[in-house]
Design a protein around this ligand. Structure first.
Ligand SMILES: *Cc1c(COP(=O)(O)O)cnc(C)c1O
Length: 383
């Protein structure tokens, strides 16, 4: 209630992106929608609901708390897969709920086995194999042991997948390392097969994998950033098709972040605006205050450089971004009134402030900037 800004997410934009991705993967590749980090800032339950309306039925989170939030907030929960952290208490809950999770060490496998036995339900697992990321994953020797262990009590496990994660598929600079990962992944799949396991899905590709290494799509992809309308990086965008104009129309951003003008005033030439001396009025100016600041994810790096939209025109941030407010220059924008809509990210009339330019201005990656949008800004879905 009474929030100072809202984030809108667009259903038609999501549909556009999903259609492009489906064309790219083909109809027989399972689509796993990655919604960690509060669905990349879009709002976890709002985004999952919207995606379900668009026909998506399978979601990946990083940790059990995110899976829990989906189950709590959605009437008929979709299929959920936890890629990373599940503590033992959560493991029991996950098995009970039929939630899938990764296994990358034998302790988790043993814990899963004992909970599955106790509850009388199968643990739905994905075997994560080490291929060169050196974060989590089973090495060749462990795969064999895990295979034997599962074979011993097959009735407690459902092996949903075998998977790995690339260490930077978005950049050619990592091509040697990623190619090595790909061949190690194929080798691991043979080892898994030899131990008698038959995982339903083989999956490695994230967004950049789908675009730059389509041969790694297997029968499932785990896509995050592109479904929200962003390319993993500029290089991937250009590699797909050098025509930037055309590429810009392929994916559509879902997000619009809006606030309102709270107050306006005249400032005389020669006066400073805001804290300290960082902005000196070089002429008589008209400024407006907008009630969002760095506590809302509007980076302090945007001090004196950020741009927002008012009445279809660009207005610059004047002075330092405060904890809860910014001041913007509206000199020369006609007819601005208290209560007018201010777009911080998104389109107004025919002008756009993209997250890309926003995060370039504030030296953050798209991914980071999006996920820093606080959870308590309301998310509204629009058509
Ligand atoms: C985040 C993540 C993805 C999705 O990555 P995008 O670049 O956003 O498509 C896929 N797999 C794993 C294991 C991840 O952590």
């Amino acid at each position: 209630m009474f929030e100072t800004s809202v984030i809108e997410i667009s259903k038609s934009a999501l549909q556009t992106n999903l259609k492009f991705l489906k064309q790219r993967t083909g109809p027989h590749v399972k689509f796993c929608s990655v919604v960690k980090g509060n669905a990349y800032g879009h709002g976890l339950s709002e985004f999952v609901n919207l995606s379900m309306e668009c026909g998506v039925g399978y979601f990946a989170v990083y940790a059990a708390d995110e899976a829990y939030r989906i189950v709590q907030s959605i009437k008929t929960p979709p299929e959920i897969y936890i890629m990373g952290m599940v503590e033992n208490d959560a493991l029991e809950w996950a098995i009970q709920e039929g939630i899938e999770f990764c296994v990358f060490d034998r302790q988790r496998l043993e814990a899963a086995a004992s909970f599955a036995k106790r509850i009388g339900k199968k643990a739905k697992i994905h075997l994560e194999v080490e291929t060169g990321m050196n974060r989590t994953g089973l090495d060749e020797k462990e795969i064999a042991l895990v295979g034997e262990r599962i074979a011993k009590e097959n009735q407690f496990f459902e092996v949903r997948g075998v998977c790995t994660h690339f260490s930077g598929a978005e950049s050619m600079a990592n091509n040697f390392r990623v190619s090595q990962q790909i061949s190690r992944f194929y080798k691991s799949m043979l080892t898994v097969g030899r131990s008698g396991l038959k995982p339903v899905y083989q999956h490695a590709a994230c967004s950049a994998g789908v675009m730059n290494y389509p041969e790694t799509m297997g029968n499932m992809v785990r896509v995050g950033i592109m479904q929200y309308g962003f390319w993993p990086n500029d290089e991937t965008f250009i590699r797909y098709n050098g025509d930037k104009e055309r590429n810009n129309r392929i994916l559509k951003r879902l997000i619009t972040w809006k606030s309102r003008i709270m107050s306006m005033k005249q400032v005389k030439k020669g006066e400073f605006i805001g804290y300290g001396t960082s902005f000196l009025a070089h002429r008589d100016m008209k400024v407006a205050t907008v009630p969002i600041g760095y506590s809302h994810g509007y980076s302090r790096n945007l001090s004196n450089t950020g741009k927002v939209l008012v009445r279809g025109s660009e207005a610059s941030v004047t002075g330092i971004v405060n904890m809860n407010a910014i001041t913007i220059d509206i000199t020369g924008i006609d007819g601005v009134e208290k209560g007018d809509e201010v777009v911080l990210i998104g389109t107004q009339k025919n002008k756009t402030v993209s997250v890309v330019s926003f995060s370039e201005m504030s030296h953050q990656l798209n991914y980071e900037m999006l996920t820093r949008l606080p959870k308590d800004i309301p998310r509204l879905t629009v058509t």
